[in-house]
Design a protein around this ligand. Structure first.
Ligand code: ZN
Length: 279
């Protein structure tokens, strides 16, 4: 598996500009665009067959593109019925297995919904599920990072302190920081230099410098209301203060992957990369 050695920018999914859009062509297009990473979107289903996985890995390695992966949307590690919980755990494991075959460095997913329950109770349930998932991953030799993501809605698990705490409990876990989701779930906060710095300072305090050298982030434009994220839009159509954010990444010398989840996919990855290099 290819790991990032600096801060890389890339699209969530296959670039829109790819001639004949498929995963292999997408990786080549990422290279051609001058970007450094691509996030495989298993969001609706695991859309890469076993036979193709080896090709994906080879293509990524020969093009020197770091791969990340986004797991299925339909996961809730706080599901109340055992059947549903088991199905969610299986989805994470199936995504991890295929992602590992594809040479993916880091797998992120939305871990759970609070279902109006006490957050401490939800945390314990999620932790228990992570324990089970990681045990199986270890047994099967799956070495990629497992990353719970910042929830964009207030009803979704994934506040900063929850992500950090979960990462402290398990060696193979680190947060996936979605900067726009922090902005949206807080009703418009996390949009200034100080607030951006706070997030990185908390990560360093809780998880050490190593975590800052191994960041997996999402950033995009976002529209939100009092319950949090409504939908993703392009950065320039949103109030996301990305120019300031990019400077903070540079100040803190973070390394890893920044994935653009904007509708223009590679457009905003290139935009952020440009500002990063200029700042
Ligand atoms: Zn996500």
């Amino acid at each position: 598996m290819l790991k990032p050695t600096k801060l890389l920018f890339g699209p969530s999914g296959i670039p829109l500009s790819t001639p004949e859009r498929n995963t292999l062509n997408g990786i080549a297009q990422v290279k051609k665009l001058g970007l450094g990473s691509m996030e495989l979107a298993f969001t609706h289903s695991i859309n890469i067959k076993e036979e193709l996985a080896r090709e994906v890995k080879k293509t990524a390695e020969s093009n020197e593109i770091v791969l990340t992966c986004h797991g299925q949307y339909f996961i809730n590690l706080n599901a109340q019925e055992k059947e549903k919980l088991d199905a969610s755990i299986k989805r994470v494991l199936d995504a991890a297995r295929r992602a590992q075959e594809c040479g993916v460095w880091s797998l992120t997913f939305h871990a759970a919904y609070y279902l109006n329950q006490d957050k401490t109770k939800v945390y314990d349930k999620v932790k228990q599920a992570f324990k089970e998932i990681l045990k199986t991953m270890k047994n099967e030799g799956i070495t990629l990072w497992l990353r719970p993501e910042t929830g964009g809605k207030q009803a979704q698990f994934g506040e900063l302190n929850e992500l950090i705490k979960l990462s402290q409990e398990f060696e193979q876990v680190l947060p996936c920081i979605d900067w726009a989701h922090h902005h949206a779930r807080s009703g418009g906060k996390f949009n200034t230099k100080k607030e951006f710095e706070f997030i990185l300072e908390e990560i360093e305090k809780g998880l050490g410098k190593e975590a800052l050298q191994n960041m997996h982030c999402h950033c995009e434009g976002v529209e939100y209301n009092s319950t949090g994220e409504k939908n993703h839009v392009n950065l320039e159509q949103s109030d996301m203060n990305y120019k300031e954010l990019v400077k903070v990444w540079k100040d803190f010398k973070i390394k890893g992957v920044i994935t653009s989840e904007s509708p223009n996919i590679e457009g905003d990855a290139l935009l952020m990369k440009k500002f990063y290099e200029l700042s």
